[in-house]
Ligand binder design. Structure first.
Ligand code: ADP
Length: 622
């Protein structure tokens, strides 16, 4: 494996350097060797002399050998000159067949002039060697400087290629992970996907900070997500910035560009990089080493975003890259990254960023689909469970009282029962019919509340009515007093509040809440026990507290208490009639009134249910 990218683009760039040296610097031969993975120097570009090209191209010399020669060379600025005869047997693989020069300043056939090719970080990547000056003289300072400039160019090209290769590796890694996601292996949710991708992308781009945002989708009913990487201390981006970034990203996605903003001379300028067309490479003149894309990079003022970006300036951010994330026609989000080191991103890096963004777009689509699928499956499963519970509860709960009703009706028909017996039979029939009525009522109510099962909740009329909870409690306790008495359970309101406690909502529903809780407390409290109903008011909430000294509820049961059709696992509680719908109705009502419900209970010691409701406007203490 080579240390550097051996792509055609790079060879083209190096050929342009050697040709430039031949054309402009005044040597008949120029050759570039690059450092391979095996620490050989291989000749990859030769210009100027066919004989030299034929004998040099593709040849390799171990680095260790060249090192000896470099050590023995004279330093001419950054160039290294090895005069003929200084090292026995030293040559760079090709010695021109020319007579030796006569004067002191003449170039000798065995003279060697080399320029080390370094990455911007100073790492040696290759060597540029020249031979046969056209004037036959050892080069002067001006020629050496020109040569150095070409060496800079070649160093940059090699450095960029190497960076691009490193990026490629990371991108491949990224693609692998995303492939795993896309195929459902080790599925990640959208947030997990973003967290992992933001980190990988920042690493791949060598970015100090990176914000990644996936826009919410009303169409698929999914929320957006944000991931932030880096230690840059910035205040949270203002809404206007987020909106601007979204608009920029959508525009950039439509045009197939990344947006590159550079802080230069006190202003932010925006550059668009073309990622679809390859563009031609052209050398940069004016003594500045480097290569730019030939495709025109439209530079315009960062419309409206100058203010938006101003919060980055104090952090020393000099360049910002905004990459749209998308799939097909749709821009799904973007990431923004920046650097404070004064470096600019190479075209290769921007292309890599856009590639990552495109991969990410696929992954976001997959993640969205997977989340949607998971939600649908969960909903179907829950519907299935609901249907199953519904059928079994309804058939059981209706069958028992129905059978009883039929039995007693037969008794009444068959015999001629005594007057008082007729009365008893009618009582039983009525009680069973009431039970059936309760069940059907509860089912209809649950359907109206939209809890658990299929169907939409009716709208809670906003803003609702003023409901005085003191009245509600008084009414419920009054209506259940007889039931409590019959069960030999003491039923208290404590302490009886004098002031009205008003919340906003539906009076019938709030009454239902208190009724179900107090009725349960009486039902699940053995004779001799006590049930207390209290109202506690805070500044913004009212608590309705229903406590009893009854059977209590195990911790396990508590976790499922509010689910539809749930009935206790405690045989003593199970022996009492019930549908398992009462508490789910309570919870659904409380939730749509903006409240919450809690239970505290110990088996054998009793239970306390607390419903917390927001205080109505008319009764605020403030
Ligand atoms: P039901 O009372 O019709 O069974 P609920 O939804 O009202 O249905 O209650 C669900 C379960 O919660 C009951 O079966 C009962 O086991 C338990 N439960 C409710 N309230 C109490 C209470 N105050 N004390 C003990 N257990 C209770």
């Amino acid at each position: 494996m080579r240390l550097i990218n051996s792509g055609a683009d790079l060879v083209e760039a190096l050929d342009a350097v050697t040709q430039g040296v031949v054309d402009a610097v005044g040597f008949e031969v120029a050759a570039i060797r690059w450092l391979t993975g095996g620490h050989d120097l291989e000749v990859v570009s030769v210009a100027g002399n066919d004989d030299a090209r034929d004998s040099l191209l593709g040849t390799r010399v171990p680095m260790s050998e060249i090192e000896v020669e470099l050590e023995a060379s004279e330093s001419w600025g950054s160039l290294l000159f090895l005069p003929a005869g200084r090292l026995a047997g030293a040559d760079d693989g090709w010695v021109p067949d020319r007579p030796a020069g006569v004067s002191a300043g003449s170039w000798q056939p065995e003279d060697t002039l080399r320029a080390p090719l370094r990455s911007p970080e100073g790492e040696l990547l290759g060597i540029l060697a020249v031979d046969l000056p056209r004037d036959g003289l050892r080069p002067n300072r001006a020629t050496c400087e020109l040569l150095e400039m070409y060496a800079d160019l070649a160093g940059l090209a090699l450095g960029a290629a190497r960076r691009a290769q490193a990026l490629e590796r990371r991108v491949r890694l990224d693609a692998d992970t995303q492939h795993a996601i896309a195929t459902g292996v080790g599925f990640l949710g959208l947030q997990d996907l973003l967290d992992a991708s933001a980190r990988r992308t920042a690493d791949a781009l060598g970015a100090e900070f990176l914000w990644m945002r996936v826009l919410g989708s009303a169409e698929v009913g999914q929320q957006g997500a944000v991931a932030v990487v880096g230690t840059l201390e910035t205040p949270p981006a203002p809404q206007a910035v987020v909106r601007q970034a979204r608009d920029d990203a959508q525009e950039a996605w439509r045009r197939g560009h990344a947006v590159l903003a550079t802080y230069r001379d006190g202003t932010w300028e925006r550059t668009s990089s073309d990622w679809t067309g390859r563009g031609a490479r052209v050398p940069v003149a004016d003594g500045r080493a480097g290569w730019v894309r030939g495709a025109p990079a439209a530079v315009d003022q960062l419309a409206g975003a100058r203010g938006a970006m101003s919060f980055l300036e104090p952090q020393g951010v000099q360049q910002v890259l905004l990459c749209p994330i998308g799939s097909g026609e749709e821009c799904l989000g973007y990431f923004v990254t920046g650097r404070t080191d004064g470096e600019t991103w190479a075209g290769e890096e921007i292309e890599a960023a856009l590639r990552i963004a495109r991969h990410l777009g696929q992954s976001v689509v997959s993640a969205r689909l997977a989340v949607r699928e998971r939600d649908l499956i969960a909903r179907l499963e829950s519907l299935d469970r609901y249907r199953h519970d519904l059928v079994s509860t309804v058939s059981h709960e209706l069958r028992t009282p129905l059978a009883s009703v039929m039995g007693y009706l037969e008794l009444i028909e068959d015999a001629t029962p005594q007057e008082h017996q007729q009365h008893v039979y009618r009582e039983v029939v009525q009680r069973n019919l009431r039970r059936m009525l309760t069940l059907t009522d509860e089912l209809l109510l649950l359907k109206r509340l939209g809890a658990g099962g299929p169907g939409e909740a009716d709208d809670l009329d906003e803003p609702g009515l003023d409901v005085d909870l003191v009245d509600v409690v008084r009414g419920v306790v009054g209506s259940l007093a007889q039931r409590a008495g019959a069960a030999q359970v003491r039923l208290d309101v404590e302490p009886a509040p004098q002031q009205p406690l008003v919340v906003r909502g539906r009076p019938d529903e709030l009454e239902r809440v208190v009724l179900n809780l107090v009725a349960n407390a009486i039902k699940y409290t053995p004779a001799g026990g006590r049930v207390a109903v209290g109202l506690v008011r805070d500044e913004r909430v009212v608590d309705v507290v229903v406590s009893d000294t009854g059977l209590g509820i195990s911790r396990d049961d508590q976790s499922r208490l509010f689910a539809e059709f749930f009935r206790s696992t405690n045989p003593a509680a199970l022996a009492l009639p019930g549908t398992g719908l009462g508490l789910s109705i309570v919870r659904a009502i409380v939730q749509r009134h903006g409240g919450s419900i809690q239970v505290v209970s110990e088996p054998g010691e009793g239970s306390t249910f607390t419903v917390r409701l927001p205080v109505g406007r008319t009764d605020r203490m403030d």
